[in-house]
Design a protein around this ligand. Structure first.
Ligand code: NBP
Length: 471
């Protein structure tokens, strides 16, 4: 290679691209950068990258010819059409053996399509989930690569040196072929949705049912986080302690109660439904955001129905809230990992859940000390759900009564507990040897002759229900 050539290229100089460029350069690599809008590249080079070994380029041809071969190009543009547009522009300029890495939040099916297209041109494509937001991108994100194995080997040193570093190694490992990396990132985000919603519901219960200041609530979350050491709990503590400069009130009090979404939580639920995997806590979190967006309607209906229920708690409620939250969070991971196992089977990803746990251990939004016992659980042969693991059985036994009491107390009020009750019902369903699905079978057979199975005899059966009733 010429000493002038860069070892890595990044397209997209928004927050993620800029921070990853700085991070990768910091790890000792020369990086070329390009952005559709020139001014962003210029600004970046003049300010944040002024004393860095980062080459700013303003034409794609210039960008491509600045890279050593095989060229390694990381795309970090808005997910969706822009990724296709960039690929279309790159293909005529790149050569056999070159590697395109999509580091955005692409839908896994888009990644499958792009793998085919790019590999068809003799190039390699790595669908790579990156988590950790702008801070992670700069200081060490969690990186979830999937695609061509040899292509990954070409870039692994660079990606692993940019990832967060843990005592067990970097938070970047090859996950599997095609869209394996983007699938794992999607499920990461689904779990993220469920954990966030569980925290939000517990905050709301504390705020409305206990006479606690924001500082007191922050202290409670901080204490509960001793056990979890979770990023989302840490930021919750900081959010609760933040004061609004304008009003002097807690900042949270002046933030509008409607949550937006980019779609990765919804994709997780959609894919779970397609694969027949129940992920009710994740789906409840998506529903909660959809309901929150109906601000006007909520206001009108609030006037119509006013305050419902009584706002009484009981002794030990606060302690139960902490345990209920813990269990709902564990259950969110249980559902996400169950989905990953099923998807791995269906799509032949060959996922190793212990590798996934290592990648999520640091640098990402769902990082938590929980990933250690989760990894330990999946070292057991044949584990099919975290609920069955030795590491979590005692937790479930200890905290399920608390989750029941919390959901029951909240159900007597008009406060929401979508995620908490979904976690409870998931547990109740999965641990019930008998469910009322016998009624569903009978109904299906009644109106559609779909047949049913019996508890006392093998085979399928049908009853002429209408004759029985002489209708
Ligand atoms: P954005 O998702 O905000 O996208 C902005 C970038 O996309 C700009 O560089 C923009 O160029 C470029 N772009 C667009 Br828009 N349309 C383009 C097109 N047709 N051709 C070429 N470039 C185009 O950036 P981000 O927040 O840095 O995120 C990048 C990716 O990483 C996304 O997939 C995102 O979902 C994912 N991600 C983001 C975060 C986060 O915390 N932000 C975390 C994890 C993953 P321009 O300057 O010319 O408009």
């Amino acid at each position: 290679m010429s000493s002038e050539e860069s070892e890595f290229g990044i397209i997209g100089m928004a927050v993620m691209g800029q921070n990853l460029a700085l991070n990768i350069e910091q790890s000792g690599y020369r990086v070329s950068v390009y952005n559709r809008t020139d001014s962003k590249t210029k600004d970046f080079k003049q300010k944040r990258a002024s004393d860095r070994d980062i080459v700013a380029t303003y034409e794609l041809e210039e960008f491509i010819s600045s890279l050593e071969r095989p060229r390694k190009v990381l795309i970090l543009v808005k997910a969706g059409k822009p990724v296709d547009m960039v690929i279309d522009q790159l293909l005529p300029l790149m050569e056999e053996g070159d590697i395109i890495i999509d580091g955005g939040n692409s839908h896994f099916q888009d990644t499958n399509r792009r793998v085919k297209k790019v590999e068809g041109e003799g190039l390699h494509y790595l669908g790579t989930g990156i988590s950790g937001g702008e801070y992670g991108a700069l200081h060490g994100p969690s990186i979830m690569p999937g695609g061509h194995r040899e292509a990954y080997d070409e870039v692994s040193e660079i990606l692993r040196s940019a990832a967060a570093q843990t005592p067990e190694g970097p938070t970047c490992k090859y996950l599997g072929p095609r869209s394996a990396g983007h699938y794992v990132k999607m499920v990461h985000n689904g779990i993220e949705y469920a954990v966030m919603q569980s925290i939000a519901e517990v905050y709301w219960a504390m705020k409305n049912l206990l006479d606690l200041s924001h500082e007191d609530m922050a202290d409670r979350f901080e204490a509960w986080n001793q056990r979890l050491d979770a990023y989302l709990m840490e930021i919750t503590v900081e959010i609760l302690r933040e004061e609004d400069e304008k009003t002097g009130r807690p900042l949270l009090e002046v933030i509008l109660d409607t949550a937006k979404q980019k779609g990765t939580g919804k994709w997780t639920s959609q894919s779970a439904l397609d694969l027949g995997v129940p992920v009710p806590t994740i789906t409840a979190a998506v529903d909660a955001r959809l309901l929150s967006a109906r601000k006007d309607q909520r206001g009108r209906l609030d006037e119509l129905y006013g305050e419902l229920g009584n706002y009484e708690t009981y002794e030990g409620f606060e302690d139960d809230l902490g345990k209920a939250l813990y269990l709902s969070i564990v259950t969110a991971y249980a559902q996400g990992l169950d989905l990953l196992e099923e998807a791995s089977e269906e799509y032949n990803y060959g996922l190793d859940i212990q590798d996934v746990a290592q990648i999520w251990k640091d640098g990402c939004i769902i990082r938590s000390d929980l990933l250690d016992p989760i990894s330990e659980s999946y070292s057991s042969e044949g584990l099919d759900t975290l609920l069955a693991s030795e590491e979590f059985q005692d937790d479930y036994r200890e905290a399920i009564p608390s989750l029941r009491k919390v959901v029951s107390a909240l159900s007597k009020t008009d406060l929401i507990c979508l995620a908490l009750s979904a976690s409870l019902n998931y547990f109740n369903s999965l641990t019930a040897e008998r469910l009322p699905a016998n009624m569903i079978q009978a109904q299906r057979d009644y109106f559609g002759a779909h047949t049913y199975q019996r508890v006392d005899e093998e085979g399928t059966f049908h009853t002429e229900w209408q004759d029985i009733k002489n209708v």
